[in-house]
Design a protein around this ligand. Structure first.
Ligand SMILES: Cc1cc2nc3c(=O)[nH]c(=O)nc-3n(C[C@H](O)[C@H](O)[C@H](O)COP(=O)(O)OP(=O)(O)OC[C@H]3O[C@@H](n4cnc5c(N)ncnc54)[C@H](O)[C@@H]3O)c2cc1C
Length: 410
């Protein structure tokens, strides 16, 4: 059974990065008989990206968030847009990731200007270092799809010139110049504020939402602030998506995979030891962020959904990071936090229209790539709402109803 989304619960958490979100918050008062063409459930990066895209296309959209915008996994992420570095579970996902990185590149200026927020978008490129020549052959035996079109090999001398802050025992490194990163809370809030600027309505603090479905399909939602009618509902509440779908009699298994992250900061004195590109190593990533911190992540703890950071987890992160970037040991420790990735049995998100229930759509289960895939998910769901099919959009593998009631692929 899934737990309570993913929130940061360390003393000084990633949520502290929220500048005062001047989302013109609609108070969760009584909203009986509210109507919208499309209701999006969930205010994480996925729900907010969908609301933004629908509003940008002139659609009438209302987003309902149980707590606050960017409350779940989206406030725990490292914010890497790693389309070339990730090993994806299928060529379709690699394609979506590449499209999404490009879309975000095209969107970020408009998002920043509509929302008046700094989303921390930076294209610094990622480095995957290897210590031994034999590690290269191991890399080539990995069969998972990964983009190699834009990667450049750096030999030992080039590594020392381009990344003098890396450990001196590096044999060489792949450099992927198109990779970028964002501040994930800011991106999520920027999607939300931009959606509002374009006419979307957003209500936070809606503690309870349930689906109203009859033989004709979706009729609306019952909420703690009243009944709402609509033509379409998009379930985009991450880890909690499974619970809502069960109400409609559909089985969309979703599993928690906890991850722990730490942030450090370099003083002026130690700045020359700090990485200026993301290190995407096989056992750790080290991401210099636009807010001046360096984020180190992440542990992978399947089945765990609490938000505590263990001493052992933190020790592992810092040790691994310092083995690639020795200067990490000189940096000032800032804070640590944990979040829970919404995962699915086949590693693919549930994207699209439910064939058995007209008007019901899903967009959850993005596991470790929800920030990366947010832009393309917004675009795809808007296409689905406009009547396009999974086949037309080439995402049949993500069909929401691909598992039957016993959790076995159709
Ligand atoms: C440690 C860690 C590091 C990560 N790093 C990266 C990374 O570098 N790059 C990347 O692309 N991805 C990364 N991810 C994955 C990414 O964070 C997730 O895939 C993404 O945030 C999922 O977004 P979401 O909107 O689906 O879910 P969430 O962000 O969890 O949002 C769901 C929202 O729905 C709300 N909600 C829940 N139930 C209801 C309800 N019944 N009614 C209304 N609202 C509801 C919740 O309050 C929440 O705000 C990382 C994740 C973790 C944990």
């Amino acid at each position: 059974m899934v737990n309570d989304g993913a929130r940061v619960r360390s003393r000084s958490s990633n949520r502290d990065l929220r500048k005062t979100l001047s989302l013109s918050r609609t108070k969760a008062g009584i909203h009986d008989k509210l109507h919208a063409e499309t209701i999006v459930i969930g205010g994480g990066v996925i729900g907010c990206a969908i609301a933004y895209e629908l509003a940008a296309r002139g659609q009438d959209v209302l987003l309902l968030e149980r707590a606050r915008i960017a409350e779940g996994a989206s406030c725990a992420a490292a914010g890497m847009i790693a389309a070339d570095s990730e090993h994806f579970s299928s060529p379709m996902m690699l394609n979506l990731a590449t499209m999404s990185r490009q879309l975000l590149h095209e969107q970020y200026e408009q998002l920043s200007s509509l929302s008046e927020m700094h989303i921390g978008y930076q294209q610094n490129g990622f480095i995957t270092p290897v210590r031994l020549e034999k590690d290269l052959s191991r890399d080539s035996t990995v069969t998972a799809p990964r983009s190699i079109a834009s990667e450049i090999w750096w030999d030992e001398i080039t590594v020392q010139q381009e990344a003098p802050w890396l450990s001196k025992d590096i044999y060489g490194a792949y450099y992927r110049p198109l990779e970028c990163d964002v501040l994930p809370v800011n991106l999520t809030q920027a999607y939300a504020k931009s959606a509002q600027a374009l006419g979307a309505r957003i209500i936070e603090g809606v503690h309870h939402v349930s689906l109203r479905v009859d033989a004709n399909g979706v009729q609306g939602v019952e909420t703690s602030i009243g009944t709402m009618t609509c033509r379409n509902v998009i379930v985009a509440n991450g880890l909690q998506g499974e619970v809502l779908m069960k109400q409609a009699g559909l089985q969309l298994p979703t599993m928690p995979v906890k991850g722990e992250i730490a942030a450090v900061q370099f003083s002026d004195h130690s700045r020359q030891l700090a990485p200026d590109k993301t290190v995407y190593a096989e056992d750790i990533y080290i991401v210099p962020k636009a807010n001046g911190e360096v984020w180190i992540g992440a542990t992978v703890l399947p089945g765990e959904s609490d938000l505590h950071v263990s001493a052992a987890g933190l020790q592992k992160l810092l040790e691994r990071a310092a083995s690639w970037v020795p200067g990490i040991g000189e940096a000032q420790f800032v804070r640590t936090w944990a979040g829970v990735r919404p995962s699915t049995p086949d590693g693919l998100p549930y994207l699209g229209a439910c064939e058995s229930i007209p008007g019901l759509y899903t967009a959850f289960g993005h596991h470790r790539n929800g920030i990366l895939l947010s832009a393309v998910t917004g675009s795809l769901l808007a296409d689905f709402i406009e009547g396009k099919s999974s086949e037309e959009l080439n995402v049949q593998g993500c069909r929401p109803e691909r598992f039957n009631k016993r959790g076995i692929l159709h």
